[in-house]
Design a protein around this ligand. Structure first.
Ligand SMILES: Cc1cc2nc3c(=O)[nH]c(=O)nc-3n(C[C@H](O)[C@H](O)[C@H](O)COP(=O)(O)OP(=O)(O)OC[C@H]3O[C@@H](n4cnc5c(N)ncnc54)[C@H](O)[C@@H]3O)c2cc1C
Length: 466
């Protein structure tokens, strides 16, 4: 049996290739677990993408003579039951490293072991398994640069080709729920569409990544995050293709793939980061959403009166995505100018991002809020106006998503409150004065920093050994 989870593909799939190589019939299984669909962050966007990816995986398996077997229920009951039904001794999976996945896999492995069956984990989600990258004295990394140097030196496995034929065990496949209409303007889900996106990115985008990645409209990045999250693409294959392509764009992009591994490395070694910041004392500067509900609602809905923030937040609601630069800007605005708990933003992102990912989202929010490992210092605050004029110089991004300011001249499009008559009709004045918000954040973080004994369990935020 191959139990699929966040690896919804047939290309470069070590667990699937291992099962096929055994020369016996294979059961490709996916378990629709209510906790997966509705869990901590129910997200219509990701649910739709997941169901679409399952239909696409079934199509790939059918083309090779098999089917995707779908069952509903708790995996610790369903997986052993299917194994019993077909007499499978081994259940192969791509190893997942988040705390929820680890607890689930432990329950399933225990239930299987009670019947003399074995859950066997294979690589498949990351460039390197988290414990294989360590400091010289065997400790995990908490700083990206040395982690990246170690990861760059580590051996990579070579990508595997997709099996051409998959012998299928005799079992009723069950029904994949219909995905229904997309809840937002989302990318076409599934491995086939993902491979088309990948080919287009390699041909047209990768070379210029280092120059164009910070454009706020997101036209300079791959948009493959959801494919990496659901595993419709393999990061090993992406990295190998980029390495073969070469050049500064490919080098910069491979480093970003390394950040994804770093986020998973951290979560493996410090599962508490899924819920708690790395620097809890510093995080005390931040306030709960209930202290300023109107400002938080304005942030969520894209009507803060700061065009660049509103454009990005509206793009998120409409498309389930925003660029990394935009994520940095809106996250800084929430946690600095509004001084709101980063978990409020993490929660909102996880509900809407089609690439929403526990490890990457947690790292991104803790980094921007200054409360994570290797975080930006608390006194560094993004000025949204400067970010706008720098990374959306012609105002095309804000004009697209904030039509209220579209008619303003270029020199006012990022600062409509400076227009002689104030902001255009229908567009609000800023929810916070940028200078006052900045000064308030600096004061609050300075006070919290005085009580901050440093990151939990680490020697210091800039320990060069990580
Ligand atoms: C506040 C905040 C929240 C974020 N939340 C998420 C999230 O939920 N899911 C998510 O995948 N990324 C998240 N990121 C990281 C990054 O913004 C996205 O991965 C990226 O914007 C996705 O667009 P892309 O696929 O075009 O990326 P590209 O620039 O083309 O990068 C390729 C891939 O590398 C990985 N990657 C790139 N940058 C990062 C990074 N900084 N950290 C971790 N992985 C990275 C992603 O898998 C991405 O798809 C967040 C960043 C911030 C600042």
């Amino acid at each position: 049996m191959v139990w699929f989870r966040r690896d919804l593909r047939v290309h470069d799939h070590p667990a699937l290739s291992d099962a096929v190589a055994r020369g016996v019939p294979v059961v490709p299984l996916f378990v629709l677990d209510d906790r997966l669909l509705e869990g901590r962050w129910p997200s219509p966007n990701r649910r739709w993408s997941l169901l679409g990816a399952l239909h696409a995986l079934d199509a790939q398996l059918r083309a090779r003579g098999a089917r995707l077997v779908i069952r509903h229920g708790p995996p610790e009951q369903v997986v052993p039951a299917v194994a019993r039904e077909v007499g499978a001794t081994d259940v192969l999976v791509s190893r997942d490293v988040g705390p929820w996945a680890r607890a689930r896999d432990h329950r399933v492995a225990t239930a299987l072991a009670d019947e003399g069956r074995v859950l066997r984990a294979r690589a498949g989600l990351l460039l390197a398994e988290p414990e294989s990258i360590a400091t010289a004295d065997g400790r995990p990394f908490t700083v990206f640069s040395p982690f990246w140097r170690a990861l760059s030196r580590a051996d990579r496995r070579a990508p595997l080709v997709a099996p051409t034929v998959i012998p299928f065990a005799d079992i009723a496949p069950g029904t994949i729920l219909a995905a229904g209409p997309p809840p937002a303007d989302l990318p076409r889900p599934g491995e086939g569409a993902a491979r088309d996106r990948l080919a287009a990115w390699m041909a047209d985008g990768l070379s210029a990544y280092h120059d164009r990645r910070d454009l706020l409209d997101g036209s300079g990045t791959s948009r493959l995050g959801a494919d990496l999250h659901l595993g419709t693409l393999s990061v090993i294959e992406l990295d190998a293709l980029a390495a073969a392509h070469g050049g500064p764009g490919a080098d910069a992009w491979r480093r970003q793939l390394g950040w994804r591994d770093f986020a998973h490395h951290l979560l493996w070694h410090r599962p508490e980061l899924a819920k708690e910041p790395f620097r809890p004392a510093l995080a005390r500067a931040l306030r709960p959403a209930t202290e300023d509900p109107d400002a938080v609602a304005a942030w969520r809905e894209g009507r803060t009166g700061i065009p660049v923030v509103d454009a990005a937040m509206r793009q998120l609601l409409a498309t389930g995505w925003m660029s990394n630069r935009a994520r940095l800007v809106v996250a800084s605005f929430l946690t600095r100018h509004l001084l709101v708990d980063h978990r409020v933003g993490e929660d909102h992102f996880m509900r809407h991002l089609v690439d929403g990912d526990l490890a990457n989202d947690g790292l991104g929010w803790q980094w921007t809020a200054g409360v994570g490992t290797d975080a930006q210092p608390w006194f560094r605050i993004f000025d949204p106006v400067r970010q706008g004029t720098r990374f959306d110089p012609d105002g095309g991004f804000v004009r697209r998503w904030v039509p209220e300011v579209a008619a303003l001249p270029d020199d006012l499009v990022h600062t409509p409150w400076l227009a002689a008559d104030g902001p255009p009709d229908g567009y609000p004045a800023p929810v916070v004065d940028l200078r006052e918000g900045r000064d308030r954040a600096l004061a609050a973080f300075r006070a919290a920093a005085d009580g901050d004994a440093g990151p939990r369990g680490a020697r210091g935020p800039r320990d060069p050994r990580g």
